[in-house]
Ligand binder design. Structure first.
Ligand code: FMN
Length: 510
């Protein structure tokens, strides 16, 4: 993992599809080896299915899918194209056809899981093969496109909370020789070891959290690469990518460094001012007058303790300037991870209308604190940064006017019903941003639904892939970090657009 020590600037993974292959590639091609571009691995199956129904502008998805089939002598890419590609694109008045939701079942395909006779024996669950193929293929395609035509570093980012698709998409990314995997939003212990096993195509058991299980019960979905595509992926060992864990404080870094299985190769130390999801404050949650979580010194990482762990680390959250990078290096970091400033670059996947709306706010003089709020909107329960833009889910009226449909379901939790009349327990999936009655029927507490907004649909809308029609579509939700100085500087106070190259020169010099 020598190459890690050279990387001064990581462009952070930004879901869904904000940091897509174009952005990651543009970053990786600047100052080869000193930078890493990161694609977002979240929701790629949904993104690709929608791009195909828009007629696959530029033909990139088709190119990548055919390269996938050709490389391994398979027909999975072709099957995906046959299922979703619409020549010339769907009509603006028609909705997208969705891929199957990611639902876990008992091995017999039902939702009934008998009570355990031996609670200590982990129980295997099943997951649909079409889902698995789509996840592997889209993980491959996104990394393949990002890596095409250069030797720079391409990483892929995942949220640990979205636990089921992660391993399949990571395997797809590894089939395309991804250089690094970055995992946030949860404790990634076990993933470095899973990644090492996948190098040799060994079976990996994906842990599945199930609410209301019996004490001692554990559930997993077994993934055996030999069972997919008639074992065609398994001819040669893969290259082991670096695995970096995102942590906000030293405690998780120290725990992971002493993992019983395998430690991560490095750490991203992400401050709570970073864009996207953040760790909650230490101790009981306190809110300010606007309902934002209050952080304190307890939430500041102890960098001396992190240095002592002896693995490379990068600082994230407000580090997008030459001075802040020098500060990070002086503190012993290998470099920094930067997100927000790249999210507004021309190569970003964020729809131009939202980038322009943010520039307009900056031009008007709206201050950082008024433009970006820390909210509890996310169904994950983690704080989530939201840009205050009219017409988006940041607006309470827009939120109230939306039906609480849950038709994507990537953030659903799994749990058991209370026993039915025959004493059987059913496995369910639920989301706190879904219809309230349904959530309560699935043993949810009403107060946990308050203010929870659909990030799946919202984030797909942010990158121009909204479900709906030309008369009504899902509202977007836009995230950025608290520090917008670099965006102000590079856009000349919101007056002009900028490109990745401008950002890299600004941060690292000519
Ligand atoms: C639009 C946006 C989306 C993000 N999405 C993710 C994500 O899906 N997963 C993740 O680990 N981090 C995500 N982040 C965090 C970035 O990877 C990065 O750590 C962060 O932006 C650094 O702080 P900065 O925004 O102050 O530069 C996101 C950030 C932004 C701005």
């Amino acid at each position: 993992m020598e190459f890690l020590n050279k990387i001064k600037l990581i462009q952070g993974g930004m879901g869904v599809y904000v940091s897509n292959w174009r952005l990651a590639k543009a970053v990786a091609m600047q100052k080869l080896g000193i930078t890493a571009g990161t694609v977002s691995g979240t929701g790629l199956d949904w993104v690709y299915v929608r791009l195909l129904q828009l007629g696959d502008p530029g033909g990139h998805v088709r190119r990548a899918m055919l390269a996938f089939d050709e490389k391994f002598g398979i027909r999975i890419g072709k099957k995906i194209l046959d299922t979703y590609f619409v020549e010339g694109g769907k009509k603006p008045s028609s909705r997208f056809k969705n891929p199957p939701q990611q639902i876990v079942r008992a091995l017999d395909g039902s939702d009934i899981i008998p009570l355990p006779s031996q609670p200590t024996v982990p129980v295997a669950l099943s997951f649909d093969n079409d889902n698995i193929e789509l996840l592997i293929a889209t993980g491959f395609a996104e990394v393949w496109l990002a890596k095409e035509g250069h030797n720079g570093n391409i990483f892929i980012n995942f949220l640990k909370k979205v636990e089921l698709p992660l391993v399949y998409t990571m395997y797809g990314a590894m089939l395309a020789d991804v250089d690094g995997v970055i995992v946030g939003a949860g404790n990634p212990d076990g993933l470095p070891a899973a990644c090492s096993r996948l190098v040799n195509h060994e079976v990996v058991n994906i842990d599945i959290q199930v609410l209301y299980r019996e004490p001692g019960e554990d559930f997993y979905v077994p993934f055996d690469p030999h069972q997919i595509a008639e074992g065609k992926f398994t001819q040669k060992p893969l290259v082991r990518p670096a695995l970096l864990a995102i942590a906000s404080l030293q405690a998780l870094v120290q725990t992971l460094a002493q993992s019983q299985s395998e430690a991560p190769d490095g750490f991203i130390i992400e401050h709570h001012t970073a864009g996207g999801h953040n760790a909650g404050p230490q101790g009981p949650i306190r809110l300010d007058s606007e309902g934002q979580p209050i952080y304190s010194e307890l939430d500041e990482p102890d960098l001396a303790a992190i240095r002592q762990v002896g693995r490379p680390f990068w600082l994230a959250g407000g580090y997008a300037s030459h001075e802040k990078i020098q500060q990070a290096l002086a503190a012993g970091a290998t470099g920094v991870q930067v997100g927000s400033v790249f999210a507004l670059a021309e190569e970003s996947g964020m729809k131009a209308a939202y980038r322009t709306a943010i520039f307009n706010e900056i031009k008007k003089g709206t201050e950082d604190a008024a433009l970006v709020k820390t909210t509890l909107f996310s169904p994950t329960g983690f704080p989530f940064k939201v840009v205050q833009l009219e017409g988006t889910l940041a607006d309470d009226d827009v939120y109230a006017a939306r039906s609480r449909i849950c038709d994507v379901g990537l953030l659903q939790q799994r749990g058991f019903s209370k026993p039915d009349a025959e004493g059987r327990r059913h496995l369910f999936q639920r989301c706190s941003a879904a219809p309230v009655e349904g959530f309560i029927k699935k043993r949810g507490l009403p107060h946990n639904t308050e203010s929870r907004r659909c990030l799946c649909n919202g984030l797909l809308s942010t990158v121009g892939l909204a479900q709906g029609t030309n008369t009504k579509e899902e509202p977007a939700i836009v995230t950025l970090g608290n520090h917008l100085n670099s965006i102000r500087r590079l856009s000349h106070q919101g007056q002009y657009q900028y490109w990745v190259q401008d950002v890299v020169v600004d941060l690292l010099g000519e």
